[in-house]
Design a protein around this ligand. Structure first.
Ligand code: ZN
Length: 415
């Protein structure tokens, strides 16, 4: 066993509701705490001095921290596209000179550009790219990263991406949670209708995802220029029949996607920048987690997800980076979450829950996002006596140490 501490504060993120507004007063704070770890799991959390006494008789390694430290659960980035090749710097230049997302896409930029580059890359090249990006996430305190396919857009190329994600997962301490986003856009080179493309994906790719154990999550981009609601329904119906979890790119530029997410009992509906009061009310009544992607709002210079309204209506809000080469190349979850908090007037508790416990719910994971007995020992440790310093510093304040599954995975002093 290992005992880590003492911490001025441990913020375990336990005892919080999955849905609705949360105040900072609802955050449990363990002062002068320690964390006892057995294998990859947390055994006990308590006062450090008490834990030292209890454990002194057996063979516990003590990792004693000098100075002021605060510990949070390892952060969870519930929506990324970090498996890709190429750059979309041209899109950035075009966008800032006044072209719209749709105009850039129609001019040969946008997602299709990344599809072309990603198809040219070998699986090994893609794996290297994921590893490089995931290591940066880890150094920023992120210990679980969802990674989508969706730049392959054919059975073979989607499989290549998902194998690259699987290989990267094996090379990293961070957990990668793969998602199949074969319905990211209609592939321009597919000989047939969009419905026929989806039919090929559901009949040929979906069964392989199961037999090859590549993912249990299916995603689609519901939008004008991508897939409209009626077109996507057979795809989600088939995914449901096969037992996949569903997640949806919904209401980014126009509404319609969140209704589909609710209808198919999706785990999460992500984006929602265009959601109006009607969509917000419906989402709040459902069990679908609303995942805000402030990185995409910053990247595109458009509205933030109405996180305040969703929380006040009783909905659940997770926050993810949407790290992708087009609209969200920054990939810094903590910075983006802090910025969303400022613009949407979210409490520290709401922002931190959005990247821990509520992000775990957005991935249907129950073993992380909280620090409590039996959960994974995934820890983000900051050099401060007060957790409020973290978001106050707008993401510029990074963790000094990150533990993953009970092992030290990142140590700032050694980099
Ligand atoms: Zn996305």
């Amino acid at each position: 066993m290992k005992l880590i501490g003492p911490f001025k504060q441990i913020i375990p993120m336990t005892g919080l509701p999955t849905k609705g507004a949360i105040t900072d007063n609802q955050l449990e704070i363990v002062a002068d705490g320690g964390i006892l770890v057995e294998g990859d799991r947390i055994k006990t959390i308590g006062k450090f001095d008490d834990l030292v006494k209890v454990t002194s008789l057996n063979d516990t390694e003590i990792h004693e921290l000098k100075g002021d430290h605060t510990c949070l659960p390892g952060f969870i980035d519930a929506h990324t596209h970090i498996c890709f090749s190429g750059s979309r710097a041209n899109d950035y230049a075009m966008r800032n000179s006044g072209k719209t997302y749709m105009e850039i896409s129609k001019a040969g930029g946008g997602i299709w550009d990344t599809v072309t580059q990603t198809r040219k890359a070998s699986k090994e090249t893609l794996t290297k790219g994921i590893v490089k990006r995931a290591k940066r996430h880890l150094a920023n305190g992120v210990t679980t990263i969802e990674v989508k396919s969706g730049y392959g857009l054919s059975v073979t190329e989607e499989l290549k991406m998902l194998y690259a994600i699987k290989d990267a997962d094996e090379l990293l301490p961070v957990d990668l949670v793969p998602t199949c986003l074969a319905a990211h856009m209609v592939p321009r080179d597919f000989e047939g209708s969009p419905a026929e493309y989806l039919e090929q994906i559901t009949s040929e790719l979906f069964p392989l995802l199961k037999t090859e154990k590549l993912t249990n999550r299916i995603d689609a981009f519901i939008e004008e220029g991508a897939f409209y609601p009626l077109l996507i329904e057979p795809y989600f119906k088939k995914a449901k029949e096969l037992g996949f979890d569903i997640t949806v790119h919904a209401d980014q530029f126009s509404t319609g996607g969140s209704e589909v997410a609710i209808k198919y009992n999706a785990i999460s509906a992500d984006h929602l920048e265009a959601s109006t009061d009607i969509e917000i009310q419906h989402l709040a009544k459902s069990n679908v987690i609303a995942t805000a992607l402030p990185g995409a709002s910053i990247g595109l210079g458009c509205n933030f997800t109405p996180a305040r309204k969703i929380l006040d209506a009783g909905g659940a809000v997770a926050i993810a980076s949407d790290h992708n080469p087009g609209s969200a190349p920054m990939g810094d979850l903590l910075t983006q979450a802090a910025i969303l908090g400022t613009f949407q007037k979210l409490s520290n508790a709401e922002v931190l829950a959005g990247i821990t416990t509520r992000a775990a719910a957005a991935l249907n994971l129950t073993d992380r996002g909280r620090l409590s007995s039996g959960c994974l020992a995934d820890l983000s440790i900051f050099h401060t006596a007060d957790y409020k310093e973290i978001l106050y510093n707008q993401g510029n304040f990074k963790p000094c140490m990150v533990w993953k599954k009970g092992a030290l995975a990142y140590n700032k002093h050694k980099h």
